[in-house]
Design a binder for this molecule. Structure first.
Ligand code: NAD
Length: 275
């Protein structure tokens, strides 16, 4: 780990408040789960090619629920087949070192942080979890996707009667929906820990951002708060992004270009050593 990262994390350790780790799809890329920028971010319905940002919307779901569900069921199978990688495991190690000062805010819906061993209490899944669904009239209750729906969902496979029956299990035969935050929806506290995340950022001693392109609003607020409060801000990403630029502007900012699996394990051993 470089000297600047050690200096920033060291000063966060001697301050008070949570040390927040904010993760995005890049953290799971090394587990084989495509990011939305990758090829799997595109999906064909009939003769139309959709970008993920068009398909992962309430508008698309209300217009073509079966097609949107087929996309989510396929992605859920990809997530289930994946295993946590060195970056997920490093975050489990970091939680052990930081204990109550640790907070993980993840945009990932793949559940890999929890499967790796991060604690549910300190892991805010701010975009939901692809293994769950919910009925609109039961807010904020979420339930697992029924066992009758197989995990190995082939690509572009259409729903059959069994799946239709399982997914239309809401009142009056209404469709359940994937428990994810669609791009055209707003965050809330009960489902997505919106206020809790902002509160943590107002008290945070540092923010470490890993593998996110900076395209969603709560992460953008979190980074903005870190810059305005001038707390240490370390951004790990393979490429430049609005967040690497924000770290470049901040007096306490630092960019680590490269992969999550390359940069998080040395941070974990530094924090273990500082314990
Ligand atoms: P994104 O696809 O928009 O961006 C991924 C970012 O990660 C890019 O900036 C890329 O340069 C970087 N990256 C790729 N591989 C990396 C690696 N090995 N190490 C470090 N950085 C790497 O994803 P996002 O910013 O998380 O946000 C978009 C939305 O995508 C979110 O709502 C999220 O829920 C959803 N999403 C989730 C998953 C998942 O759960 N695994 C997968 C795809 C998309």
């Amino acid at each position: 780990m470089d000297a600047r990262t050690a200096e920033l994390l060291g000063s966060a350790l001697s301050a008070s408040g949570p040390i927040v780790f904010l993760t995005g799809a890049g953290v799971s890329a090394e587990s084989g789960i495509p990011t939305f920028r990758g090829a799997e971010g595109y999906w064909r319905v009939g003769s139309t090619n959709y970008r993920a940002e068009e398909l992962a919307t309430y508008e698309a779901f209300s217009r073509m629920p079966e097609e949107v569900w087929a996309w989510y069921l396929y992605r859920r199978g990809v997530c289930r087949a994946a295993r946590p990688n060195a970056a997920h495991l490093a975050l489990v190690d970091i939680e052990r070192s930081l204990e109550a000062r640790f907070l993980l805010v993840t945009q990932n819906v793949d559940g890999l942080h929890l499967r790796a061993g991060s604690s549910p209490e300190r892991t805010y899944q701010i975009h939901g979890n692809i293994d769950f669904m919910r009925c609109e009239d039961e807010h904020p209750r979420v339930r697992p996707i029924p066992e009758s729906i197989p995990f190995d969902w082939p690509k572009a496979h259409a729903l059959g009667d069994v799946e239709r029956a399982a997914l239309r299990g809401c009142a009056r035969g209404a469709w359940a929906r994937p428990h994810v935050l669609f791009f055209d929806e707003s965050y809330d506290e009960a489902l997505f820990r919106f206020e809790s995340t902002l509160r943590a950022m107002k008290e945070a001693a540092a923010l470490v951002v890993v593998g996110t392109s900076g395209a969603t609003t709560l992460p953008a607020h979190a980074v903005d708060l870190a810059v305005r409060r001038r707390i240490p801000l370390v951004v790990i990403n393979q490429d430049q992004s609005p967040f690497t630029e924000a770290a470049g502007r901040s007096p306490a900012g630092h960019v680590l270009l490269g992969t999550a699996g390359q940069h998080l394990p040395p941070i974990a051993s530094f924090l273990r050593g500082a314990r």
